[in-house]
Design a protein around this ligand. Sequence first.
Ligand code: NDP
Length: 332
Amino acid sequence: MKWGLVGASTIASEYVIGAIRAAGHEIVSVLSSSETRGADYAAKHDIAHSTADLAALLADRSLDAVYISTTNEKHHAQAMAAIAAGKHVLCEKPLAMTLDEAVEMVRAAQAAGVTFATNHHLRNAGAHLAIRDLIATGRVGRVLSVRVFHAVHLPAHLQGWRINDAAAGGGVIPDIVVHDADTVRFHLGEDPVEVSARATSSGMGQGVEDSVMSVWSMPSGAMVQTHESFTHPFAGSGLEVHGTEGSILGTGIMTQKPLGGVVLVNGEGRHEVAFDRHDLYGRAVSLFADAVAGRGRVAADGVDGVKSLAVALAVREAAVSGQATPVSYGGF
Ligand code: NDP
């Protein structure tokens, strides 16, 4: 496959360019709002073409797909243009700034018959695939609760728009709650119905929240508790699933790398759970390419992206209003 990068981003540079190339695909071009930055980025990453003109990038008939990893407020317009040009789209989370925009993107991709995926990396992790398997095969019995620990320390090189630019989609809610929403949906196979939340700025956020805690109710009656932050240097991450027959304790697994550990605790004791340590982004790209070729489905599709955004928007509304807030999924 031939790809264009929409956005000269850190995530592309650190993870996705490598994942695309590891899958044997070619990156033909990169879009940056700055011609100089784009040219530098292309040179650094050995990409043949750079441009500041999205229409010019999309006019390249040899391109099969685009990977959109600009700041969040740009995803909608760029995805709509790419879909209109007949390109398959792998789009970063959050899909958009509003639910209506995200729904429009997904419906447009469906109408155009192009593959559309949301880059939720966590559901590609061996640790999370193992956890989902344990739940699905009844190893914890009926799930009573899930606790998500995703309070991390935002690295210095990422402390730009995320911590000070609400118009670009900054704040920990659009940044991390979407991932946790996707991961919980992936594990439980159901969508949160209502959320309550408190958010604050605890030292990093300037005009946007940098920390949030929320509680979600699920259709099954399971309770979900999550904590996301940019300001916790030593907290570590984790995800726990507690059921009537056992508990799953995942430690250090809310991460971009195939790290951490998973333990199953039940009446017979504690059992280390083995899992595959493949590259998360590599799996996402491979499944995307398979879906483009008509084989199977992407890891997280557009509807998954709409739903993770819907939960994050409800968490933000609940944090602002102080009220329990129902989650609206825009018709999905
Ligand atoms: P960056 O800040 O690195 O990139 C976003 C945009 O900022 C780029 O498109 C670029 O604009 C501009 N930019 C980047 N570096 C510089 C610089 N040194 N000087 C000036 N401008 C710069 O953001 P991220 O890569 O962290 O995030 C991009 C998107 O990816 C977001 O939507 C985010 O939510 C998502 N993301 C997803 C992750 C995942 O695991 N799924 C992980 C991290 C991010 P231009 O293109 O115009 O040059």
